[in-house]
Design a protein around this ligand. Structure first.
Ligand code: PLP
Length: 362
């Protein structure tokens, strides 16, 4: 028998497949229960925007044609006041992260990440055989001083999630700016802003305002969270034109499908939906914090659409008990956080059901 892992490219054999949140249908099949709620993948609990659904119906007639990203690129450019030449579209921002890694990393280089940071960064780095330098976290968040110190002559990329998943922690605008000043001009900094739309904290700033100053900065965004399009897979990055030009050489042609492109365009104009998503999230976050306070549980303060709650013992048995009550949350032991569960903010009634189930179990 051939051991195919010996044939796999350099970094592949040490990788673990990404573990997604458990799908509702899978739990239905396994336990035969109904009325399941999923608070496991930081999806938008509102359901799709009616305006997006209507546009998608109209877009179906074009599926025989290859997609054309021109209109979405132009819309992103005008909405965020950048040039279309600075934009790279992705099949989810996850694909953009992979494109960035493919563009700049080789087995002779390393990338710097924080402990407890989004797990796709280690996958993107290791699959290319590049080295991963993981910097210990500070209060569960990114320690940007230590990350700047970790940069060496073979560092090509630093990944920063702001806010971070699964911790919900964040770095202020001035922290990011100070960090950028310390980073050598040849090191690419990826500022992953997948959850930026949810943020209400005044000291937080998007990296968009720094792009003019730092040609080595790439900001990534997604339509999967606040815009409610996770299933369609669409995200993008904004960078200097020079860097975008390189990324777009690696990007496969037609990497975002026509329905996703259309939905994202409509979503960018659907300000009501975005406002509703944000308000629901802010209220839901308060609901969870209050519930945890009443139960005497500790949590990591989060500015995203999920919250990591701590049990001071292994969380997996609690996760399983919640599953039996039809509630899917996210164990995050693979993020080095075995005592936490990450819970996505849902509808008020879903949050309530999750909190009362936790109360019963504890
Ligand atoms: C921090 C962060 N970045 C990027 C992504 C990727 O999202 P998508 O590929 O759906 O755009 C996620 C998804 O969970 C995330 O948490």
């Amino acid at each position: 028998m051939v051991d195919f892992s010996l044939l796999a490219a350099g970094g592949i054999k040490d990788l673990q497949p990404y573990q997604p949140g458990k799908p509702i249908e899978e739990l239905e099949r396994e336990l035969g229960i109904k009325h399941i709620i999923k608070l496991a993948s930081n999806e938008n609990p509102l359901g799709p925007s009616p305006k997006v659904l209507e546009a998608l119906r109209g877009g179906l007639k074009n599926i025989t044609r290859y997609p054309d990203g021109f209109d979405l690129t132009a819309k992103i450019a005008s909405q965020f006041n950048v040039s279309p030449k600075q934009i790279t579209l992705g099949n989810g921002s996850n694909q953009v992260l992979n494109i960035i890694a493919q563009t700049f990393l080789t087995p002779a280089h390393n990338a710097v990440v924080s402990a407890h940071a989004f797990i796709v960064y280690p996958i993107a780095v290791k699959m290319l055989g590049a080295d991963l330098k993981t910097v210990p976290a500070l209060d569960w968040g990114h320690d940007l001083h230590a990350m700047a110190n970790a940069i060496d002559e073979t560092t090509r990329i630093v990944f920063i999630a702001n806010p971070n998943n699964p911790t919900g922690t964040w770095n202020s605008g001035s922290e990011i700016h100070n960090f950028m000043q310390r980073v050598p001009a040849h090191v690419i900094v990826v500022l992953d802003e997948a959850y930026t739309e949810y943020v209400t904290t005044a000291e937080y700033e998007s990296g968009f305002s720094l792009l003019g100053q730092y040609p080595n900065l790439i900001v990534t965004r997604t339509f999967s969270k606040a815009y409610g399009l996770a299933g369609l897979r669409v995200g993008f990055s904004v960078s200097s034109e020079h860097v975008a030009n390189l990324l777009n050489r690696v990007r496969e042609p037609f990497n975002v499908n026509s329905l996703a492109l259309l939905a994202a365009q409509v979503a960018l104009d659907d300000h009501d939906y975005l406002e509703k998503s944000k308000k629901l999230n802010t209220e839901g976050m308060k609901q969870f914090e209050e519930g945890f306070r009443q139960m005497g549980l500790r949590w990591i303060p989060s500015i995203a659409n999920f919250i990591a709650v701590e049990f001071q013992r292994e969380a997996m048995p609690l996760y399983n008990k919640l599953l039996h009550k039809g509630i899917i949350t996210r164990p995050i032991a693979m993020y080095g956080m075995p005592n936490h569960l990450r819970i996505s903010i849902g509808l008020p009634e879903e949050n309530e059901r999750c909190l009362s189930a936790l109360k019963e179990i504890l």
